[in-house]
Ligand binder design. Sequence first.
Ligand SMILES: [Zn+2]
Length: 550
Amino acid sequence: MRLHAKWFLIISTLITPIIMSCNRKCKVDLIITNAKIYTVDPYFSVHESMAVSNGKVVFVGSTSEVQAKYSADETIDIEGKPVYPGFFDPHCHLLSYGLNLQNAWLSGLNSWEEVVKLLVEHQRENPSQWVLGRGWNQNEWDVKEFPSLGLLDEEFPDKPVLLTRIDGHAAIANSAALKLAKVNPDTIIVGGKLIKEKGELTGVLVDNAIDLVRNIIPPYNQTDKQAALEKGQENCFAVGLTSVSDAGLDLGDVLLIDSLQKAGRIRIKINAMLNPTNENFIHFLNNGVYKTHRLSVRTIKLFADGALGSRGALLLEPYSDAPNTVGLQLETKEKLSEICSQAYKAGYQVATHCIGDAAVRLMLDIYEQFLEPENDLRWRIEHAQTVNPDDSPRFGKSSIIPSIQTTHATSDMIWATDRLGDRIKHAYIYQELLNQNGWLPNGSDFPIEHINPLYGFYAGVTRKNLAGFPPDGFQMENALTREQALKAMTIWSAKVAFEENEKGSLEPGKHADFVILDEDIMTIPIDSIPSLRVKMTFVDGKVVYLRQND
Ligand SMILES: [Zn+2]
């Protein structure tokens, strides 16, 4: 109720001057009519028509109301098609997704041999100084084991190679790359691992060990990054994304985004989460929250552990399929607390990657040192994949927001039970987590998962993968309703970025960012959702994507 009252106040203050200046028929820039507009307002209202002016929503209501009140330069009759607020991915990696588009993409293959073959072909067509790729996943292969560098050395005896696993928490390097990075079997690494066989390196690097090689790759220049952001943005618009939270950026990258947005080259809206670097602290934290029309900077992104697939997720009890390990803690508790303290003082949000139940507990312990019950700081736990039953009420108690990726559940479910055993019942518990605060954001973590937010909607509601497996859904007690799934990729994504008063719903005064689909995700048979396509995407009332050639 408190939320509703607050919204009403904000909306009525925004709407008053508009009504007052429109005694007669008011001129606006654009009218969308004959539509089914899901406003995602507090009442989840659906309307037929919408008036847009100066990049903002002016009015949403019936066609007759809009016609009586407004005239427009342009009126688009969209023939009954559904309209939704622009989709907002609350946790993804736009820049690295864009950069990865230039490298080999290695997922969806059946064996390590196929990965290397694809890489050789890609390199023939796109020769580069370093051979880079991403997306391999041994759990997809016939032999579900980590690869080793033999085949890579045969194909690339002199060129350095680094191939990152699908989850970004493991990679394989060839001998040339290991040699350049001066990595040998005796190299010591904290918060990471060098996988060895009979004392020899296999080339597989887990978590912090990846940096040993990654840090010697010549950095991308500004032109590469600009091209990556522009290409990434184009692909986002094509799937209806108008806002994203990029989870972990360095200072130069945030400044580049800001300048490209100011120059009008990047129109997608970005909530930039900062890596905890010194230069980010000096430039941003010391000066408080940074906000423009298209960019917000108010979050520190941390890592507590690694990923489940590479057994880097930090568990309270050992892995069910590797009884000698509980995973990896990537940073000391003292260091994590110290960063949280700095964020707290600067009024910044903290968002920490936690996959294992021990990582979740570690961060809840730290967060609780700073957070009063019913606070509005919206500190986040990213992924929150495995949560001990004792810990899930702590999210509600201290208003800590779980930030989930429903496609992770449907990607991992096939092998996650091997890692977790009975603990699988406490994994991917999205409905239970939603109930803690009454809301949560759902994203894709692309490029780890596909960029299309409708896949997340589908996975959240059906708990099935794109092959329709399992037919009755995975642990359906934690499925989301369609309404929850839509809110989680619009208004709740905006809310976790503190932007619910400007984005995430189509209400007067808010950004006119919206998407038109061919059919209605709220009513069509659920299994047809993944093949649904975007017809048009608008940002600030302007078309940024129009599907051609039907
Ligand atoms: Zn991520």
